[in-house]
Ligand binder design. Structure first.
Ligand code: SF4
Ligand code: SF4
Length: 280
């Protein structure tokens, strides 16, 4: 069963408001211009009844419906949500009700797949944060949840066993690695040899991962790569390879579309790389 409420609203001291409005600049972060944002959340809370009467469509960067949810200015969120209006959904006043109601970040989806013990561990990383730090994508929890669920679970087990400072021990996952490139290789390495092995052999791992990317880029040099017929191109995520590996193809090698027949070759090259990584 989905348990999203606890990631969006982990406790009564904070909430996440990162996905509001759903049409904002995706690079914008709640910690940018924090005092301006705080003033905006305060202003919106104060003016909500007048703004509801006006009912203006939002245009992009901000939403007049996003405000502090309490007088102490601890939690921030949607002042137009049906839970605040006896079931009446006022988000349609902004013109983006459908997008608002369906906004669900990847981190929340991964969080929902964790068991309660794993979820509690995740939330324990954020106990002292306010809503701004918690909502930020520099929040280590959000960085952790950017990885595939099985990798997140592996990390949580490791962290619970070792009881070491999370940032110091696992910061390499986003400071040195990139979940889009390393979702498959790093997970397989950690699964087979442990997180410690990955952490202590990062240079070796990265040089082999980059060599694989360079090899994959060369696939397009083959003249038969872009011929039609049974070698018609399909999106990378539809190849018969793990989804995490298709992200390496896209974000690492720039291969967004490939012939389906390349799947076996890609898997072989990847397995060869993995063997070399594990041999170290
Ligand atoms: S960004 Fe994700 S965690 Fe934050 S409120 Fe939106 S769905 Fe919830
Ligand atoms: S209407 Fe509510 S959910 Fe939609 S962008 Fe505004 S504050 Fe966020």
């Amino acid at each position: 069963m989905l348990n999203l409420a606890s990631l969006c609203f982990p406790d009564d001291q904070k909430s996440c408001f990162y996905c509001c409005p759903p049409i904002r600049d995706p690079e914008a972060d709640p910690l940018d211009n924090i005092e301006e944002r705080r003033a905006m959340l305060r202003r919106n809370r104060k003016a909500i009844n007048d703004n509801i009467t006006l009912g203006q469509e939002i245009s992009g960067e901000s939403c007049w419906g996003l405000g502090f949810l309490d007088d102490e200015e601890k939690q921030a969120g949607c002042l137009l949500h049906p839970l605040r209006h006896n079931g009446k959904d006022l988000r349609n006043l902004t013109g983006y009700q459908f997008k608002c109601a369906n906004a669900l970040c990847r981190e929340a989806m991964v969080f929902a797949e964790l068991n309660p013990d794993e979820q509690n561990f995740c939330l324990s990383l954020c106990l002292d944060m306010d809503s701004f730090a918690y909502s930020s994508r520099s929040n280590p929890l959000m960085r952790l949840l950017a990885w595939e669920t099985m990798m997140v679970q592996l990390i949580i087990i490791d962290a619970q066993e070792n009881r070491k400072p999370f940032l110091a021990e696992y910061g390499f996952l986003w400071q040195t690695l990139d979940f889009r490139l390393d979702g498959y290789l790093a997970f397989e390495t950690a699964r087979k040899k442990g997180i410690d092995f990955l952490r202590h052999n990062l240079d070796h791992y990265i040089s082999l991962r980059n060599a694989l990317i360079d090899e994959l880029k060369k696939l397009t040099d083959d003249p038969s790569f872009r011929t039609s017929g049974d070698r018609a191109l399909i999106p990378a995520h539809r190849l018969e390879i793990p989804f995490a590996l298709s992200r390496l193809l896209k974000f690492g090698a720039g291969l967004w579309e490939l012939p389906a027949t390349e799947a076996e070759l890609i898997l072989n090259k990847t397995e060869e790389t993995l063997e070399k990584i594990l041999l170290y």
